[in-house]
Design a protein. Structure first.
Length: 1122
């Protein structure tokens, strides 16, 4: 870390002066407001590679052939705010599900306020409406907010408002979003501001939520890259948002007025307003008053080609072929006054229209281990360092010569082998298969906005957006699933001024999204039927082979048929009133969601192969070390676990949400501002239109179980609610904040705050898993047993005495998780520098736990199914809000204000987070290892980063009239002026990892793959010469669970430097035309960042690097304003 730090300092000084990868499948679900979201684009980035897919009609997605290690998942959907978060390797274990929460745009967070306008602008910018916001600010004739109370410290009041209580106007805050607002978090930042117009930097984002820094700047649209986030109450502003449709981030510069003293802030405000008035008249090339009301526009083009990017880092030592790909993003925007005779009078109506298009392809680069020709023939003598002895499950003795006779290879397995590709990277025993291709994508988005002043007191705004998208989902084995969709969004906002200090705002919104996915095998050959596999769906849309999941080899998977239409209705009403030293706001909001779905989640079934059948057993029925192989089990036709779910594919889910808030921003004294508020939320449970929901009715202590449907009376819990969970209507969120300047003439500011935030997004995971369950559908999960082994010909039938086959249950007393958060900070200005010291704390309560109550006690995996506490039920997952967390962080922020063309800011964070929750805010799905000992799950949070350092720097050309040298106008000055260089350095100490075991040595009684942990040997984890000490962990004995804690392996740290370099050119002395060009790079130094280690003790890649971060990439951005 010291060497990396020195390297970063050298790089910073220069800036200011001038296949060992383990392949896995990963699936998840995208939700919004309690509902699965179809048609969302999910992009996973790792090691310079990216994989993209589109969610099905249940909001589900699946990506295969991903290297091991932590991922960055990004979700985008027309009409919704984008979302990004880090995904730990443990969260990807087995078929872990990830529920990402999208947040729809709100027409006004604070009705009628300037802040609402700022948020609206930020939202518009996310849809590429950056020019519209510039036009609106330049041309709007009616003020959007009541006058502030007369106070010399009004800006101080905004700091409290922006950083703490502004969240009152927001509905639920996903728990990860709250953590993201704190150091070490992986969730969203605060609300971003609008993107930059033309050459001007973007407006800073609104200050972040309590305890967090300001959000990233809005997405750069046709106007320019997003600006830096606002400083706010906590920390510096985030980096600028990316360019429209995925452009690189603008480099975050110094923070906004939150970092300045009141005197400097007032001076800056006046200068900023003067500059903005000039940009509003000259920003599009207008330099005369007579052309002010003309139409303004902008065209933009973004180009990226794999030819200019660095090759991916070769972890396995083999040369990596750089994939060939290209991406183009382009758009045109027009905006200005609308004048059509008496219908639209001048200066009363304004319009904005924007088109954005995307063409090109993304790279799919999948790695895996594939069986060689010899292994396919049954020869297991060349397995490398992980060589094992293969036992005959019929005789209990090893196969002669460690070779399975050809006559013993199952005919169904032989048929499925034809769908498994041969190695492409030689015959090695690690990562010998690679599939590289490009995935075409096409997107068109059209947006229209009309603003009209009806009277002196009434204003009306109408937004309409439409999108079309076409893409493909590529599987590891080369299969392509087609996907297409469309979306539309309509928004109407009316604002009425009753008095100069009293404004009323009403908005209504309708959003519709449609998406359809057709799998590669759909309506094709009935593979399962032809091979003789019983128990799969007979619907032609679900034809194909079953999914095959292996411990060591690449998985055979394909998507499922899906079609979904989601309609969302939203209505909100709010008031804002200023009375003396108080600014009061209040409002309410109503949301109604309709989800109409046609899909089968797992209609072809999934078979897991772990090597249990071909393992040798001791007297206690426990597997012997270095025996058995998952491919050998497959050849003989003995799966270790099976799961399936299909039937009743159509569903019609409905949900209502209600929210209300009230707050008072009180300027008690010129140097003291208080912000008090209260928010209420009610998330009604989802209901199926025809009552087709089912749940477990469990006796105390999970001693007995029965299945109940909506409205049915169960033997243990009484009448089941229509939504299977009882409404939680006690969600009151108090919030309070204070900003205090102890000495009016000194530049010291103290800020303190406390808030409580509920997370209603967890309710979204419930309905989709309850609709496809018996008695309305076929669903089951079975483990093999010695008395009734699973067979590949009939893996989904199960024992006859297993009468309850539902695989999912939820606690009917399901309450929304919440987080309490508190902070204190001290800010001091010292001669052009700003120093801030702060502390932040967060306590999470009622976090979601994934349990397995019908888990067999430790023992022989061959008899686990027979030892379940409820013998007539399968192993089922039980969702219950029982988790908790605690987070503490200290921050130091230093900002150097712009001087002589140089500005920079640095933020260091020391933090620690601990939890026992398998899912924070419903975003993970790892099952508790031991259902009888949930306390053993307590450990470091997956997003814990002990040390973090972020540095942003900006260097402007010192030449020209605005510089410090060569201020005279000449040809040389014309060449040297207006250049800018921006840079960003990110460093962190890495997140923790968990030592695990898989396959035959993992506890099979859970019914869940990936939750079994290793044993701790007592040796130091960080000793030795490797990435970590592999001798610190071992395979646990079969008669107990592993005793290693969660997240006890220090993960790899990270260092990255990114930069952008460019300028703008005026075309014509008095012309409105201006051309801007910029070259952007990520990981400019091409530094190798290892992002994941192999932590499965019994896997071939244990202790080795499994993934690396993205290498250097380059992009050219051009914009023309006219």
């Amino acid at each position: 870390m010291k060497a990396i730090f020195n390297l970063s300092m050298v790089a910073l000084w220069g800036l200011l002066a001038t296949g060992l990868e383990a392949q896995t499948a990963w699936s998840g679900r995208v939700v919004s407001g309690g509902a699965g979201v179809p048609g969302a684009e999910v992009t996973v980035r790792l090691g310079g590679q990216s994989w993209t897919t589109v969610t099905d009609d249940e909001g589900g997605f699946s990506l295969n052939g991903l290297p091991a290690g932590p991922l960055r998942a990004e979700v985008r959907l027309f009409g919704f705010q984008p979302l990004a978060r880090e995904v730990k390797e443990e969260e990807r274990a087995g078929k872990a599900e990830l529920a990402l929460t999208l947040r729809p745009y709100r027409a006004a967070m604070r009705p009628g306020s300037g802040q609402a306008a700022q948020v609206q602008n930020g939202q518009a910018a996310e849809n590429g409406e950056t020019v519209e916001t510039q036009v609106a600010r330049a041309l709007a004739q009616v003020p959007s907010a009541p006058p502030a109370a007369e106070s010399g410290e009004s800006s101080e009041a905004f700091l409290v408002q922006g950083s703490m209580s502004r969240g009152l106007q927001e509905p639920e805050r996903p728990m990860m979003m709250d953590f993201g607002m704190r150091p070490g978090g992986m969730g969203e930042g605060g609300i971003g501001g609008m993107g930059g117009g033309g050459g001007a930097p973007g407006f800073g984002g609104a200050a972040g939520g309590f305890g967090g820094g300001g959000g990233g700047g809005g997405r750069g649209g046709p106007g320019g890259p997003g600006g830096p986030g606002g400083g706010g109450m906590r920390g510096p502003g985030g980096p600028g948002g990316p360019g429209q449709f995925g452009g690189r981030p603008g480099m975050g510069g110094p923070p906004d007025m939150a970092s300045m003293s009141p005197e400097d802030r007032e001076k800056f405000r006046k200068e900023f307003e003067a500059r903005m008035r000039q940009r509003n008249t000259e920003g599009f090339g207008n330099r005369s008053r007579r052309t002010r009301d003309q139409i303004r526009g902008m065209a933009n083009l973004s180009l990226r080609n794999g030819l200019f990017d660095a090759s991916p880092y070769a972890l396995n030592g083999r040369s990596v072929e750089k994939p060939s790909y290209a991406q183009e993003r382009f758009g045109v925007s027009l905006g200005g006054p609308l004048s059509l005779g008496k219908l639209f009078k001048p200066n009363q109506s304004f319009f904005f229209i924007n088109y954005m298009g995307q063409r090109g392809s993304n790279v799919y680069n999948g790695y895996a281990l594939m069986p060689t020709e010899a292994m396919r023939a049954g020869d297991f003598n060349n397995l490398g360092t992980k060589s094992t002895t293969i036992y005959d499950p019929l005789s209990g003795a090893p196969f002669a010569g460690n070779v399975i006779p050809g006559a013993r290879i199952n005919s169904v397995s032989r048929g499925l082998l034809g769908y498994i590709p041969l190695p492409t990277e030689g015959t090695g025993t690690l990562q010998n298969y690679r599939y590289t291709t490009t995935v075409p994508q096409k997107t068109d988005t059209l947006s229209l906005r009309l603003n009209r002043t009806l009277t002196k007191k009434d204003r009306l705004a109408y937004d309409m957006s439409w999108q079309r998208r076409v893409s493909e989902n590529v599987q590891l084995y080369g299969w392509r699933d087609s996907s297409d969709g469309s979306g539309m969004n309509y928004n109407l906002n009316w604002s009425h001024t009753f008095a100069p200090r009293l404004i009323h705002n009403v908005h209504a919104r309708f959003n519709r999204n449609y998406n359809q996915t057709l799998p590669y095998f759909g309506f094709g050959a009935d593979v399962a039927g032809m091979l003789g596999i019983l128990g799969t769906s007979r619907d032609p849309a679900n034809y194909g082979p079953p999914n095959l999941n292996f411990t060591n080899y690449g998985d055979l998977t394909d998507g499922g048929r899906s079609r979904r239409v989601v309609n969302t209705f939203n209505f909100g009403d709010g008031w804002s009133v200023v009375r003396k030293q108080h600014t009061l706001t209040a409002g309410f909001e109503f949301n109604r969601t309709q989800q109409n779905t046609l899909a089968d989640a797992n209609a072809r079934g999934t078979l897991f192969w772990g090597g249990l059948a071909t393992s040798g057993m001791d007297a206690a029925g426990l597997p012997l070390a270095r025996t058995g192989n998952d491919l050998a089990d497959f050849l003989l036709g003995y799966p270790q676990q099976s799961s399936i779910r299909y039937g009743a594919p159509d569903s019609y889910l409905r949900q209502s949400q209600y929210g209300a808030f009230v707050q008072d921003e009180w300027r008690a004294r010129p140097n003291l501002t208080l912000n008090l508020g209260l928010r209420y939320d009610d998330w009604e449970p989802f209901q199926e239109k025809y009552g087709r929901l089912s749940n477990y009715d469990l006796a105390p202590g999970f001693a007995q179980a029965a299945i109940v449907t909506a409205g049915q009376t169960g033997p243990y819990g009484g009448v089941a609610p229509q939504g299977m969970v009882r409404p939680d209507r006690n969600n009151f969120s108090p919030r309070v904040a204070m900003s205090w300047k102890p000495r009016p003439k000194k530049k010291t500011i103290v800020r303190v705050g406390y808030g409580l935030f509920y997370d209603g997004s967890v309710f979204s995971r419930i309905p989709a898993r309850l609709i496809s369950q018996p008695p309305f559908a076929t669903s089951s999960t079975f483990n093999t047993t010695a008395s009734a082994p699973l067979l590949i010909t009939s893996p989904f039938v199960g024992p006859a005495d297993t009468t309850i086959k539902n695989t999912y249950a939820v606690n009917p007393e399901y309450h929304a998780p919440y987080a309490q958060t508190w902070n204190v900070s001290v800010q001091q200005d010292v001669k052009g520098f700003v120093f801030e010291f702060g502390y932040l704390g967060t306590k999470g309560t009622r976090l979601v736990i994934q349990r397995m109550p019908n888990q067999a006690p430790p023992g022989s995996p061959a008899t686990a199914e027979d030892r379940r506490p409820i013998p007539y039920a399968v192993g089922f997952t039980f969702d219950s809000p029982e988790g908790n967390s605690i987070f503490h962080a200290g921050q130091l922020r230093v900002v150097r204000r712009m001087r002589r063309g140089v500005a920079w800011s640095a933020l260091y964070t020391f933090s620690k987070s601990i939890d026992n929750a398998s899912s924070i805010g419903g975003t993970g799905n790892t099952v508790v290892q031991n259902d009888k000992d949930i306390r053993a799950e307590r450990g470091l949070s997956g997003f814990d980063r002990r040390h973090q350092l972020n540095f942003n720097g900006s260097l402007s050309s010192p030449f020209g009239p605005q510089g410090i040298w060569m201020k005279e106008r000449n040809k040389l000055t014309a060449v040297l002026k207006d250049w800018s260089l921006n840079g960003n350095i990110n460093m962190n100490s890495g997140g923790p990892l968990t030592a695990r075991v898989l396959g035959a040595v993992a506890d099979a009684g859970t019914g869940a793959t990936g939750s079994a942990r290793a044993d701790a040997t007592g040796l130091g984890v960080t000793s030795g010469s490797g990435y970590f000490n592999t001798l610190a962990f071992s395979i646990p004995p079969g008669n107990r669970f592993g005793n290693a804690g969660r997240n006890t392996i220090p993960g790899p740290g990270m260092f990255s430097l990114s930069a952008s370099f460019g300028r703008s050119w005026q075309i014509g002395e008095n012309s409105r035309r201006r051309l801007e060009g910029r070259v952007e790079t990520e990981n400019t130094l091409n530094h190798v960042n290892i992002t994941g280690y192999g932590t499965v003790v019994n896997a071939a890649n244990y202790g080795l690097a499994t993934s690396a971060g993205q290498m250097r990439s380059l992009q050219l951005v051009l914009r023309m304003r006219f």
